[in-house]
Ligand binder design. Structure first.
Ligand SMILES: Cc1c2[nH]c(c1CCC(=O)O)Cc1[nH]c(c(CCC(=O)O)c1C)Cc1[nH]c(c(CCC(=O)O)c1C)Cc1[nH]c(c(C)c1CCC(=O)O)C2
Length: 344
């Protein structure tokens, strides 16, 4: 059955019309039912680590919109959390943790992902039982560069200057950190597959702040390391790579990392997007703010994405995560319009 799920067919390189659709961060604060469940949890990480609650919030957008994929409810920062970095979320501000110093790198723990993240795998097993047969279940993790930016700054920043400076000053230790995160992330993804995930997405949300050489070293190489490790352990695993903001550097990203599907943000021009699609699946790339704006701008945006990419192997998504200000009615309108599309 898994192989026949619409989204899995696209990941295998097939063009499916209308394309399957899901949205990055589809479970979240724009949904009143998410806010209600969130209020019962003892903080955001408690929501991630309590299977009953994590299953509930994962299912909410599936019930409401009937997306083709559910994505495990968790966060990319569970990896720094199990590395004892003191991860916490400050209301209205975002994630915080203890900034990593160069001396700390050699002393980071080597946790057993299987044991320490057992509740996450339990969430996946329960999800596979609860989801409709035709719905793809996606696991995910953050890419090493993006996870490292939060670990080094101790928070989100707009240009990732702390991580870039660290990489310039301490190249060897930085490579060591990326390798450690890559290996833990590969173990994490392998266990997600074993617990029932059909495919996985790796989020490199901060790829866009790097020059070409740094992108190769910090994004492409660690991504390829994860892909290789996961495929060696679980041959045939389908992987979506999302390097946000990488622009023209995405041109040969599929070949160099080995991912099956290339995630596109909304700034990727049509010509480049179609060139990337010429040798496999792509996912994206509607501007997430259209879910706030709605109306004629939304319809025109949807039609543009479908006309550009709908003919090839394509997964409809936003170009980045949906924002808390999005209107759920606009999401319903989006799903309806994509499902009504009969080809260009
Ligand atoms: C960089 C990053 C993070 N987390 C994630 C990324 C990569 C994708 C991206 O770039 O958006 C990935 C992520 N985070 C979350 C998911 C869940 C699954 C989904 O519905 O897509 C996924 C896939 C839940 C979440 N992760 C977070 C929330 C909001 C927390 C809350 O409910 O208070 C959710 C629903 C918290 C979080 N987690 C992170 C930040 C910066 C924040 C704070 C910003 C914010 O508040 O939106 C780190």
């Amino acid at each position: 059955m898994a192989a026949q799920r619409k989204l899995m067919r696209v990941l295998a390189g097939e063009a499916v019309a209308p394309p399957p659709i899901w949205l990055m961060r589809q479970a979240g604060r724009y949904l009143p039912e998410y806010r209600a469940t969130r209020a019962t949890a003892n903080g955001f990480l408690d929501l991630c680590y309590t299977p009953e609650l994590a299953v509930e919030v994962t299912m909410q957008p599936i019930r409401r919109f009937g997306f083709d994929a559910a994505i495990l409810f968790s966060d990319i920062l569970v990896i720094p959390d199990i590395l004892d970095r003191g991860v916490h979320f400050v209301e209205g501000e975002g994630p915080r943790m203890t900034p990593l110093a160069v001396e700390d790198i050699g002393t980071l723990p080597r946790p057993s992902v299987d044991e320490i993240l057992a509740p996450v795998f339990e969430t996946l097993r329960r999800l596979r039982r609860e989801l409709p047969e035709e719905t793809t279940l996606l696991g995910f993790c953050g890419a090493p560069w993006t996870v490292a930016t939060y670990m080094l700054a101790g928070r989100g920043t707009s240009d990732q200057a702390p991580a870039r400076l660290f990489a310039m000053r301490h190249a060897a230790e930085f490579d060591q950190l990326l390798a450690l995160i890559a290996d833990l992330s590969a173990d994490y993804l392998i266990s997600q597959i074993d617990a029932g995930a059909d495919a996985v997405q790796i989020f490199d949300s901060w790829a866009g702040v790097l020059d070409e050489t740094s992108f190769d070293r910090f994004c492409v190489r660690p991504m390829a390391r994860i892909v290789e490790k996961v495929r060696r352990a679980r041959p045939g695993t389908r992987i979506i790579g999302f390097a946000k903001g990488a622009g023209a550097l995405l041109e040969d990203y599929r070949q160099r990392t080995g991912v099956d599907c290339v995630g596109l943000d909304w700034t990727v021009p049509r010509k480049l997007a179609r060139a990337i699609q010429a040798d496999g699946a792509v996912q994206g790339n509607l501007d997430p703010l259209l879910m706030v704006a709605g109306g004629a701008a939304l319809d025109a945006g949807i039609d543009r994405v479908l006309a550009d990419l709908g003919e090839g192997p394509f997964i409809f998504n936003l170009g980045h995560g949906i924002t808390p200000q999005a209107d759920p009615d606009n999401v319903a309108r989006l799903v309806q319009r994509v499902r009504a599309w009969g080809g260009a």
